[in-house]
Design a protein around this ligand. Structure first.
Ligand code: F6R
Length: 610
């Protein structure tokens, strides 16, 4: 997500911070800032936009006479990109400055308590509460104030903390968001990512969960969350900058596939409170609003459209409101039947896709209420919507989407359940049980990655020379088949098509011959026997079949050449576990074929033309 770098030592700090932040630019950001200890006070310099704007502000860092500071590049989650929302954030009386990566899930509660205690806030961010909480908890002991503060936080965080009363040191702490410490003869560093400090040191260690580190120019002390000392073993980084940017993976697509458990955790857990209720920040739909909708349109392009296909199945099933899912490029020119009794759900990672934006405007002009699911805060689609739900996947760099798709899916589940709850169309007990399973999804996706990766790699080796592939499925399995097929073709250039399993025999089955690769998604219990019949049809014509199913469906072995088994999961969440091995199949096939995985030919990450 965002980037952090901090330094204390013999060198002038600001140029080091700017250089470190520049090395994190590839991750994407919308604002940047630094906080440095200057003449006994903390000075903050920050600006929306490119790092160059900040650099110009401080003359490349030369204008800041300081040897201790922390820096940050922000990728907005709470609050639009702006100077005020940029990090570092100062506490009310300027005693603390903080930079934060991650999401503070209970920030509204903390903010309300701090407001009631008379504190003021300058930004819309979740992060600013940390600075004021530090100020409130501080009684002269820096480490105790940090401990008391992080004990009150829920969510994920990597923090850099500077305190005016301790001008020779700064503190960093992490929980569910990475942070490393770098050691050198000239001073010591923290960073969210290795590339930020690779020009200065290769001697690092990774901070463990809950660990707190206190850095001075010549000493680094690490403590556990109870402030007991921890002995760390330093390691030497052997990666070059390019692999360090990808966390040691060969491609961003691979890194982003592996990041999905974290992205899902951030996106889901902040939307389900401690009482097991769905809290959709940014959505103001009341029961009356929802009751008034005669139909829902889900409109998007590409993979986001495939999320919409899943959405149709699950929203109709849970709310009984009719849902149409449409490609944005078709919707905008087909005189759609939309009025003020229509809810339009717009899905977009970038928030800038030209057709999707035009469809939104078309719907809005006809009176529809617009609810968007967007990854980029402050993007055009977010700005023009009535209600916005942000996926907190973090910046997606690979052109082919993976983690944005997965987090969009999780938002679909939450919207479906939110509306069903408001309409009282779901039993309390069932809702409780579904939400408990949804909370488990990040862990389940991690299991899927760990368990299926070796098998997928072997399958990719075996099949990477095929010229054609067909993906089949019914119901939500069909929606996943569409995405699986797109993932394969766009990165590996293998021609592939996805079909509703029952539809193949109406024409396309004539293309199946000896050795044709067919991938059948067969997780959906209600229709699995029907899908098995369709698999038999292609098998009888010589197809080689890979079946993707859950571990309780062992019956499929009789009709398949290979079975990819997934953990059992409630039907609603099946797409989330099914898609992951399919993303990996696309990725490893492309790798085997020597393709430019992160930048496939002819494709752009954000499609801003019609
Ligand atoms: C495929 C992919 C594209 C996008 C589509 C919409 O891997 O990434 O199909 O899903 O171009 O883009 P957004 O979500 O930015 O509107």
């Amino acid at each position: 997500m965002c980037g952090i770098v901090g330094y204390v030592g013999k060198q002038q700090v600001a140029p080091i911070l700017l250089d470190g932040l520049a090395r994190l630019e590839y991750r994407g950001y919308d604002s940047a800032g630094i906080a440095c200890m200057e003449n006994g006070a903390i000075q903050v310099y920050k600006a929306k936009g490119r790092l160059q704007t900040l650099s110009d502000l401080v003359q490349g860092g030369q204008a800041v006479r300081s040897t201790l500071g922390i820096g940050h590049t922000r990728w907005a989650t709470h609050g639009k990109p702006s100077d005020e929302n940029s990090h570092p954030h100062l506490s009310q009386h300027g005693r603390f400055a903080i930079v934060h990566n991650g999401i503070i899930e209970n920030y509204s509660e903390i903010k309300n308590a701090l407001l009631a205690a008379g504190m003021t806030f300058a930004s819309e961010t979740d992060s600013e509460v940390i600075a004021n909480l530090l100020e409130q908890n501080y009684t002269g002991d820096l480490l105790r104030a940090v401990k008391a503060t992080v004990d009150a936080l829920e969510g994920s965080y990597a923090l850099g903390i500077v305190c005016r009363d301790h001008p020779d040191r700064f503190v960093a702490v992490r929980h569910a968001s990475p942070l490393i410490v770098g050691l050198s003869d000239d001073g010591n560093f923290v960073a969210s990512d290795i590339p930020a400090i690779l020009a200065y040191t290769r001697t690092i260690y990774h901070l463990g969960e809950g660990e707190i580190v206190e850095l001075t120019g010549d000493a680094v002390r690490v403590f556990n969350s109870d402030l007991e000392p921890v002995i760390k073993q330093a390691e030497e980084v052997t990666w070059d900058v390019k692999s360090a940017e990808k966390d040691g993976y060969d491609y961003f697509m691979e890194k982003e596939i592996m990041e999905q458990p974290r992205a899902l955790h951030d996106t889901i857990s902040a939307r389900i409170n401690d009482h097991g209720q769905i809290v959709l920040d940014g959505v103001h739909l009341t029961r009356q609003d929802i009751e008034g909708f005669r139909r829902i349109y889900i409109v998007a392009c590409g993979s986001a459209y495939h999320v919409g296909m899943v959405g149709k199945y699950i929203i109709e099933k849970t709310t009984r409101i009719p849902v149409e899912v449409d490609l944005a490029s078709e919707f905008r020119y087909r005189d759609p039947i939309v009025d003020e009794k229509t809810l339009m759900i717009i899905i977009s990672q970038s928030g800038e896709t030209a057709d999707t934006l035009a469809a939104l405007r078309e719907g809005k002009a006809r009176g529809a209420r617009i609810l968007s699911i967007v990854n980029v805060v402050g993007s055009s689609i977010a700005n023009e919507s009535d209600d916005v739900l942000y996926t907190w996947a973090g910046p997606e760099i690979a052109v082919a989407t993976t983690k944005a798709y997965s987090t969009q899916l999780s938002m679909m589940y939450l919207i479906a359940l939110y509306m069903a709850e408001k309409l009282e169309r779901i039993e309390k007990e069932e809702l409780r049980s579904l939400l408990a399973s949804l909370m488990q999804l990040p862990e389940l996706v991690q299991q899927v990655i760990t368990r299926t990766k070796p098998q997928i790699m072997a399958l990719a080796k075996q099949f990477h020379q095929v010229e054609h592939a067909y993906y089949l499925g019914r119901n939500v399995d069909y929606a996943v088949a569409m995405e699986a097929s797109l993932k394969l073709k766009e990165v590996s250039y293998v021609h592939s098509e996805a079909y509703a399993a029952g539809e193949l025999k109406h024409g396309t089955i004539s293309l199946i011959e000896d050795g044709t690769l067919v991938v059948a998604m067969a997780g959906c219990h209600r229709v699995v026997e029907k899908t098995v019949s369709n698999i038999q049809e292609v098998k009888a014509r010589g197809a080689t079949v890979i079946v993707v199913t859950t571990e309780d469906n062992t019956g499929v072995e009789r009709v398949s050449d290979h079975v990819i088994y997934l953990p059992k999961v409630k039907e609603m969440f099946l797409p989330s576990v099914e898609v992951v091995p399919m993303q990996m199949l696309g990725f490893y096939m492309a790798k085997e074929r020597g393709c430019d995985v992160d930048k496939p030919r002819n494709l752009a990450k954000s499609v801003t033309v019609e």
